[in-house]
Write a protein that binds this ligand. Structure first.
Ligand code: GTP
Length: 602
């Protein structure tokens, strides 16, 4: 099949608008998978299935006969969430066009808008598809009007379908063939390929999903990465049909997989957006545009409840990271919680998916701190330092001569919702230090609202609050909006004057008091009375913003018992070693590990 009869396309849709169901129908139509199997081939991982969202992209090739000619169609799947915007954009870069799917009952939503602009800016041809027309609440004319008004797409080109019942899905592929342009690329020129996605295989190492822009690649070729400079021998090439199907060669215009021999060991070396060429052709080929190193923006610390589980937990983390090159992992140790890790993620969903995976394997035996965001310190000489651990925030005394300016990350949030919730949502955004940048009515009742928000506010369950206020009718999308000057301060929890390092966070001045009060009240609930008084304080900078005390058992014995403190503490710690009870000491205060779990639980 010549390149003129290749079509590379993806499906652009808001979460739940039917991308996976529609993909399955297309694969059935072309005989790639059997009819009636309701396993969504393109959604592989368990967590994805549970959450109903696509986290990792899975791609598939189809052969389709249109008017007597065979076409090779590559359906490139895209991650279904904003956190993976860089990856979504690489998937788009490998396509000539996209089906823009809109749920007929819900109409255009935040991610439809955001993904549309992303796809449009990359020059993709968009074919509008109105899905779920079988639903009694479907309102196809309204969806068509939105597509016309919001995206200036021709409603006459739209295909109305029900992915679930199969109505009219056969009209989709002719529309793909006729409307989406074929890729261009000279297969006789030196190799130039784009890394779109990757995943880990225990036997083969990292497998790369690639789009060939120029030249060809076959087993035995010696290739090199522009981003890492590492050279590899190609072991196998092939297409996803729907599983890996080896081919003798991948040519310009195709989307397929390759892996190396010996295999690539580290997922981190497979950088989405990277360009590969043949060794020797480095000077003849330019790197494809748009490559970005993944930037972790949401951080948590994780600790095993029982330190004897450390290695087991480390194995699990490494196992998950093998398939997710964008997670940042660094060992960290806390006085209160022992040895653990600081983990960085692209965004809040990315973070919670990872947490779910860990918890599924470890149940309640892991402590994870609430998410925090990095901040930037500009020192008096103008040097920029990005700090992701609140404990590394400069001490208040040092602030003046160590810091010229503090900055925090902002995002541009796009929220769509029915007009009736507008007031409440504006209130929510303003209450989260948001600055409104746009307000558009895109139909008589639907509103698009844009706000610049500190990422720190967004990670504080902003989406949950938004859903709550709008009965689930609002949708949210966001993109990076850079760093802004910030009025932030380190907030610490002290127990009898000793800081509990694992809990420290950096927050906005205006919030220090409220969060501090919550902390001390909540911490008090989880700590048992002891033989002496325990003072719990929240300290912002040098100021005590909240305080609680836990009275000792009985005043009169206090003096006597105080002397016995050390031996009591030692005994308790010995018991902990035996693993019967998991206790931790903060200074002279012995705290059940459960207290930390209870305190840190969301
Ligand atoms: P992400 O993977 O999160 O992006 O979701 P998705 O867009 O792939 O949505 P998915 O295909 O998983 O569909 C979401 C829900 O809508 C599922 O419960 C589907 O059964 C249902 N659904 C999809 N298409 C149709 C349709 O045409 N009609 C009806 N009634 N339901 C549909």
């Amino acid at each position: 099949i010549p390149i003129e009869r290749f079509r590379n396309f993806c499906i652009v849709a808001h979460v739940d608008h039917g991308k996976s169901t529609l993909s399955d129908r297309l694969l059935e139509l072309t005989g790639v998978i059997e009819k009636g199997g309701n396993a969504q081939i393109l959604d592989k991982l368990d967590v994805e299935r549970e959450r109903g969202i696509t986290v990792k992209a899975q791609t598939c090739t189809m052969l389709y006969n249109h008017k007597g000619l065979d076409y090779m169609l590559h359906l490139v799947d895209t991650p279904g969430h904003v956190d993976f915007r860089a990856e979504v954009s690489r998937s788009y870069a490998s396509c000539g066009g996209a089906l823009l799917v809109v749920d007929a009952s819900q109409g255009v939503q935040a991610q439809t808008v955001a993904n549309f602009y992303l796809a449009f800016s990359q020059g993709l041809t968009l074919v509008p598809v109105i899905n779920k027309i079988d639903l009694p609440t479907a309102d196809a004319p309204r969806a068509l009007e939105q597509i016309k008004d919001t995206f200036e797409l021709d409603p006459n080109k739209a295909v109305l379908v029900s992915a679930k019942s199969g109505i009219n899905v056969e009209a989709l592929l002719p529309s793909v063939v006729e409307n989406i342009p074929a890729p261009v690329g000279d297969e006789t020129k030196p190799l130039r390929l784009l890394l779109v996605d990757s995943w880990y295989d225990n036997y083969k190492g990292v497998i790369l999903l690639v789009r060939i822009f120029q030249g060809q690649v076959k087993p035995g070729d010696h290739v090199t990465s522009f981003a890492t400079g590492i050279k590899y021998h190609v072991g196998e090439v092939g297409i996803m049909y729907p599983l890996q199907t080896p081919m003798t060669v991948l040519r310009a215009g195709q989307v397929g997989y390759i892996y190396f021999n010996p295999g690539m060991k580290r997922s981190q070396d497979a950088k989405v957006g990277d360009t590969y060429t043949t060794v020797g052709s480095e000077k003849l080929v330019e790197m494809l545009p748009g490559f970005e190193e993944p930037k972790p923006m949401v951080f948590v610390a994780a600790f095993p409840v029982d330190q004897s589980n450390y290695e087991h937990l480390e194995d699990s983390i490494n196992q998950i990271v093998l398939n997710d090159r964008s997670v940042y992992v660094q060992k960290e140790s806390s006085e209160a919680l022992g040895a653990g890790w600081r983990l960085g993620f692209l965004g809040t969903l990315h973070c919670s998916v990872f947490e779910d995976r860990l918890r599924q394997e470890h149940g309640a035996s892991i402590i994870i701190t609430p998410p925090s965001v990095p901040f930037k310190i500009i020192d008096p000489k103008g040097k920029e330092i990005i700090v992701s651990n609140p404990n590394d925030f400069p001490e208040t005394d040092a602030l003046h001569h160590k810091v010229q300016e503090l900055q925090e990350p902002y995002v541009l949030a796009t929220i769509t919702m029915p007009e009736e919730y507008l007031g409440k949502v504006i209130e929510l955004c303003e209450g989260n230090r948001g600055v409104q940048t746009e307000l558009t009515f895109f139909t008589s009742i639907q509103v698009i609202l844009k706000y610049e928000l500190p990422l720190a506010q967004l990670v504080d369950d902003f989406f949950g609050k938004l859903k709550g206020l709008t009965k689930g009718y609002a949708s949210l999308d966001y993109e990076d909006a850079g760093w802004r000057k910030a009025n932030i301060i380190k907030l610490q929890l002290h127990v009898n004057k000793i800081p509990v390092d694992a809990v420290a966070r950096v927050c906005h001045h205006s919030q220090a008091e409220r969060i501090g009060k919550q902390w001390v009240t909540k911490f008090k609930e989880h700590v048992d009375r002891q033989m002496f008084e325990i003072v719990i304080q929240a300290i912002a900078g040098r100021r005590i913003v909240a305080r609680e005390t836990i009275k000792p058992f009985r005043k009169d014995v206090l003096a006597k018992l105080h002397a016995a403190d050390t031996s009591r503490r030692r005994k308790l710690l010995e018991r902990q070693k035996e693993g019967r009870k998991k206790l931790r000491a903060v200074g002279n205060v012995v705290i059940d590990q459960k207290a930390f779990q209870g305190f840190l639980a969301k």
